[in-house]
Design a protein around this ligand. Structure first.
Ligand code: ARG
Length: 271
């Protein structure tokens, strides 16, 4: 039986969510967004975390920051150390400070303002000992060295090559962070060399089909037992169950119009 130790998550209500610019292939400012539906879907995600025994902290949404709902991008927090974000696009630059202020107010002392572009857990994923780090569209390769130095964890750099999967967390999900083995990913999002590296590191990984990856099925959050994922990624449920995980399907289609889903809305605070 898999266990799910209680976790702390940081989220931000989609109060000001809209698609007014396009910085990834999913964002089409011509397509209308239903703010009420986005909020209802987000509330459902939050309620699910609480019902599973986890804690959810909240950021105060800021007007003019429509992507702030994607809280995972604002920082990476491991062992109580906070590596703040530095966004690739000016449209999101202000979010880094907004989130940093939250950590400061909570009394976090070890907060690093980064020299290099990194978009928090968008491109960093944590296993027991490793920091998996994406690059190619957002995080700069130099941010990997910066993260290794700050967290003292070996970084595995992975090259993303398909613009639809512009962040690591759209292409790979850590299923059990008490191991260095249990992940799921979509190989097509990675360069040939990174694919080979992933196959060496994770020979028993759940390999996602393109359709499930396109439904943002890898943009999932696992607490070690429950795997919260977009319901349209139905093909992942059987392989997850076969490995003893419990898939928890959710509808976050309105937020997908911004290019994000479950994981993007969720920053994990690891103390
Ligand atoms: N519109 C946002 C962007 O393109 C979506 C971010 C999604 N977050 C994530 N962790 N993948 O930056």
């Amino acid at each position: 039986m898999r266990t799910a130790p209680p976790r702390r998550y940081l989220m931000c209500p989609p109060t000001h969510f809209e698609v007014s610019y396009s910085i990834n292939p999913w964002m089409d400012p011509a397509k209308p967004v239903d703010p009420q539906l986005a909020l209802t879907q987000w509330e459902d995600l939050k309620r699910t975390y609480l019902s599973l025994g986890h804690t959810v902290e909240l950021l105060t949404p800021q007007p003019g920051m429509p992507d702030m709902v994607f809280a995972a991008n604002g920082a990476t927090v491991i062992d109580g150390r906070v590596l703040s974000a530095r966004f690739a696009f000016p449209q999101r630059a202000g979010e880094a400070l907004a989130q940093r202020k939250w950590f400061q107010a909570q009394g976090y002392a070890d907060i690093r303002i980064p020299e290099h572009v990194n978009e928090g857990e968008g491109d960093f994923a944590v296993t027991r000992n490793l920091l998996l780090a994406g690059r190619g569209f957002r995080a700069s390769p130099a941010s990997h060295a910066e993260a290794q130095e700050f967290f003292g964890r070996p970084v595995i750099g992975l090259d993303l090559v398909d613009p639809r999967f512009y962040h690591l967390d759209t292409a790979l999900c850590v299923l059990d962070d008490s191991t260095d083995t249990d992940v799921m990913y979509y190989p097509g999002a990675f360069s040939p060399g990174s694919r080979e590296a992933l196959a060496r590191l994770f020979p028993d990984a759940v390999i996602a089909e393109e359709a499930d990856a396109l439904a943002f099925g890898l943009n999932a959050v696992s607490d070690g037992r429950h795997v919260l994922l977009p319901q349209a990624a139905a093909g992942l449920c059987a392989p997850l169950r076969a490995r003893g995980y419990e898939p928890v399907p959710l509808d976050l289609t309105e937020l997908l119009k911004g290019g994000g889903s479950v994981k993007c809305c969720t920053l994990e605070i690891r103390v």
